[in-house]
Design a protein around this ligand. Structure first.
Ligand SMILES: [Zn+2]
Length: 239
């Protein structure tokens, strides 16, 4: 159901029957010494594709970059400033609204996107009343957090979490074939927010926020992925 694998006549035909679109968004940013840079958009994208397939809802091309200013002291991170991200997301969402999509479910994989996405939604909705925009932060779904709490306890953490690393072990096992060096130490779990890139690296020196990354596993990834997909599908209701 990915829109980028369709033609325009196929999208036009879909719009005659359905007006819903799933839009996966994430970030390309550091995820500690063992988690891959693409976690936030890859998890959102894979979950979105599975939901789209099961619910027969079209899925937009993923937005792989997000508002990740606080990760900029770690190489490999690509970030858009909050204002730019709001503008980019506003215009992309408006493109699909322009074509006739009336309900857009944004499946998000990155905490830093929540505030600017909410602002983009306000920007779009403020002067019209027809479109329904919904933000689903997959890692906040109760079905997901309950499981993570049960298996990782307080060591799931807040960034480079055991849960999100596990999900990419399931979706992109080829990226985890070679074990990576990891020396566990307890990081700060809370801090004043937001932080600059330099402040973040000083507070969380290897990029993790409170997670014991070695608890991540393919098996947990399979369970969490399935829980997230099923929970979102339930939220969307019957076909
Ligand atoms: Zn992440």
């Amino acid at each position: 159901m990915e829109i980028y694998l369709k033609t325009w006549p196929e999208v036009e035909k879909y719009l005659k029957k359905k007006k819903t679109l799933i839009f996966p968004v994430g970030s390309s940013e550091q995820h500690g010494p063992t988690g891959i840079i693409g976690i936030d958009f890859l998890t959102a994208w894979e979950i979105a594709k599975a939901v789209g397939e099961r619910a027969q809802i079209m899925v937009a091309s993923p937005m792989p970059y997000g508002m990740a200013e606080h990760h900029m002291a770690f190489p490999g991170t690509g970030s858009l400033s909050p204002l730019t991200y709001i503008q980019v997301m506003t215009e992309l969402l408006q493109s699909y609204i322009h074509h006739g999509f009336e309900k857009i479910i944004v499946i998000n994989g990155h905490g830093g996107n929540i505030a600017p996405l909410t602002s983009a939604f306000s920007q779009i909705l403020g002067r019209q009343g027809k479109t329904h925009l919904e933000l689903i932060n997959w890692w906040h779904l109760p079905e997901v957090t309950e499981y993570e709490q049960k298996v990782f306890k307080d060591e799931n953490g807040f960034h480079a979490t055991c849960g999100e690393i596990s999900v990419t072990m399931k979706t992109h096992p080829q990226a985890y074939l070679k074990p990576r060096p990891y020396r566990h130490f307890k990081t700060a779990s809370k801090s004043a927010w937001p932080l600059s890139g330099a402040q973040f690296r000083k507070t969380f020196p290897d990029g993790r926020m409170g997670s014991r990354a070695s608890l991540a596993s393919l098996r947990h990834g399979e369970v969490i992925f399935e829980k997230a997909v099923a929970a979102i599908q339930r939220k969307l209701g019957p076909k």
